[in-house]
Design a protein around this ligand. Structure first.
Ligand SMILES: [Zn+2]
Length: 310
């Protein structure tokens, strides 16, 4: 089948090489062709399936039911967040804490989570004391208010009437077709001085350079775009954002997930301890931390600010 190439969605270059990947999380196979930009090194899927729903079965992780906390747990989560925001102690950081401390919009700040899945992250923020929380996902069954001050909207961010102090995309950006459209929508919905936080895989990663199509976070064909740091930073700046810090936050998953794919094992059905020893996993954890410090982990957190005057 002929492949129609297009300019890089991040930098506009027409120079690229091709990689042919398969669906490996569920072992569905197929052939999915990615363009690798020779200028900025970002990656984009060329032959996007017209219907992606077969690649998001019911057990896909963002469809699992919300896990609610009891009163005592909520109290402890609130206390923990409050102490963490004050002290910055990493030993008590909530799992979403390290980035929240950098972008803390205040407990009454209005926060959006685009591609919010079941709303678990916003629910955790609600438990921690945040009171104006909004999730967006046009594919959910219906809009729902989970708690007072926490609503999941069955709509796109751009169709919301609201503006936000913080807009977050946690591993949602790479599932979208057009990075310019989503960045523009976020810019338009941010209050002046507001922050856009994007966490996504990046092609600066050593594991992508080494392993190519068995890299677990290539995740064909669900991942439609994967930027390089330069690709996303340049596009963000062209669209009017000020780029703050870029922080690598990869984990040992990049190594064990990729190792499973190299063995021909589907991720969804693998029992990790049957394949790897605790020592191997611990050594990968250490390696991931080192890679993050060296700027070659396989995912990063971007902090983009809408200027106060724009
Ligand atoms: Zn490019």
């Amino acid at each position: 089948m002929p492949i129609d190439s297009a300019p890089c969605k991040f930098c506009g270059s027409n120079q690229h090489s091709l990689e042919h990947a398969q669906e490996r999380m569920y072992g569905l196979g197929g052939q999915f062709t990615y363009q690798v930009c020779k200028s900025c090194q970002s990656v984009q899927l060329v032959n996007i399936p017209e219907d992606l729903s077969p690649f998001y079965p019911a057990d896909y992780y963002s469809f699992v039911p919300l896990h609610r906390s009891g009163g005592r747990t909520k109290f402890l989560k609130k206390l923990r967040m409050s102490v963490f925001l004050t002290t910055g102690l990493s030993s008590i950081a909530p799992m979403y804490g390290y980035w929240l401390r950098k972008v803390h919009p205040g407990f009454s700040g209005r926060i959006a989570d685009v591609g919010c899945g079941n709303g678990q992250l916003l629910y955790e923020l609600h438990c921690a004391g945040y009171r104006d929380l909004h999730g967006f996902d046009p594919y959910m069954d219906q809009s729902i208010t989970l708690e007072k001050g926490l609503t999941l909207w069955k709509k796109r961010l751009e169709d919301s009437e609201l503006n936000f102090d913080l807009i977050m995309l946690h591993h949602a950006f790479e599932h979208m077709e057009d990075p310019s459209t989503i960045l523009k929508a976020c810019r338009d919905k941010l209050s002046p001085g507001g922050i856009l936080l994007i966490r996504c895989p990046v092609t600066d990663s050593a594991i992508w350079q080494e392993k190519r199509t068995t890299w677990v976070q290539l995740d064909a064909p669900r991942h439609l775009i994967i930027p390089s740091v330069r690709g996303l930073a340049d596009l963000g700046s062209r669209l009017g954002f000020e780029l703050g810090e870029v922080e690598f936050d990869s984990s040992e998953f990049q190594f064990w997930g990729t190792a499973l794919y190299e063995k021909g094992v589907s991720l969804r059905f693998a029992k990790i301890f049957e394949h790897f020893t605790p020592e191997q996993l611990a050594s990968w954890k250490e390696k991931a931390l080192r890679y993050n410090q060296e700027g070659k982990g396989d995912q990063a957190c971007f902090y983009l600010r809408r200027p106060v005057r724009s």
